[in-house]
Ligand binder design. Structure first.
Ligand SMILES: C[S@@+](CC[C@H](N)C(=O)[O-])C[C@H]1O[C@@H](n2cnc3c(N)ncnc32)[C@H](O)[C@@H]1O
Length: 272
């Protein structure tokens, strides 16, 4: 990121909160090397991308991809604002990424979710894993893959229980993956030296209003919008119910647990 990152006005803005905490953990666990060329799947607000840039330094490069147009544009604008020269984010599905085969030292995938492909309860594939196939195509033999996924999101669990107790049929909003499943996925894809780390972090939403706003950014209903069903009276009830959880300063603390997995691509091609 060069010298530009050291001045605070040029510090890139991310989604903050849990994203930054766990983005740092993933990059530390990966032991990224100076000069590495890294492919970041689902860059979002850049909570993995910016720590990666600190690791690869000026001689390395990070290429991010995003299927959310708004996220790709916002993070590209931040990269430009902060005068970062060795990072770019493309509006693109990682499954279709065409940046040259065997060309990345490292691929990261922070909180992408693999439940479309793999059933973590039965430990079976639901369909061919096109995303892992693309990762194997992009990574150099001997290159590293690193990912993170949720084990627990207390704040989302709280909302799910709260809405359900008000007879609102809603989504849990996250799927729990596990170490066993990830060991299977990576072994079958032709990776070795699989390492796993579990981390827990408590994050405190500064105010009750901020916590509510963040919770309402999730789509709780299968069809229809939150505001059609989560009325002002339900919101008032939520504010009353959450009072017993508040910190002295009025913050709303919640715990999230994540697992991080890294592995090295074997020299021979995978079976995918
Ligand atoms: C939960 S966010 C995590 C963002 C970031 N990786 C982090 O850890 O802070 C996951 C992002 O991945 C993106 N995404 C999911 N599948 C993708 C794919 N196949 N290709 C590119 N982006 C994808 C989503 O649009 C979303 O913004």
């Amino acid at each position: 990121m060069g010298d530009s990152s050291s001045t605070s006005e040029l510090r890139p803005k991310t989604w903050g909160g849990f994203w930054d905490i766990f983005g740092e953990v993933l990059v530390d666990f990966l032991e990224i090397q100076e000069g590495d060329r890294v492919f970041d799947i689902g860059t979002g607000g850049g909570s993995v991308l910016y720590p990666l840039l600190r690791g690869v330094r000026d001689s390395g490069q990070v290429i991010g991809v995003e299927t959310c147009d708004h996220c790709a544009k916002a993070t590209t604008a931040e990269i430009k604002r902060c005068k970062i020269k060795n990072a770019e984010v493309h509006f693109m599905d990682a499954r279709e990424a065409d940046f040259g085969g065997n060309s990345f030292d490292c691929v990261t995938a922070g909180f992408i979710g693999w439940d479309d492909y793999f059933d973590f309860d039965t430990l079976e594939y639901k369909k061919p894993d096109e995303l892992m196939r693309s990762i194997c195509r992009l990574l150099k033999p001997g290159g590293k893959f690193g990912m993170s996924t949720w084990l627990l999101q207390e704040d989302l669990d709280w909302m799910y229980r709260f809405l359900t107790s008000h007879s609102i049929e809603c989504k849990r909003n996250y799927h729990i993956e596990n170490e066993e499943g990830w060991r299977m996925i990576l072994s079958e894809a032709g990776f070795r030296d699989i390492r796993v780390l579990t981390k827990s972090a408590t994050y405190t939403y500064d105010t009750i209003d901020f916590w509510w706003k963040e919770m309402m950014d999730y789509d709780w209903l299968d069809d229809g919008e939150n505001r059609d069903v989560i009325t002002d009276s339900i919101k008032r009830d939520a504010f009353t119910s959450i009072q017993s959880n508040l910190t002295k300063e009025g913050g709303v603390p919640f715990k999230r647990d994540a697992i991080f997995v890294t592995a090295i691509r074997k020299d021979q091609t995978s079976s995918l």
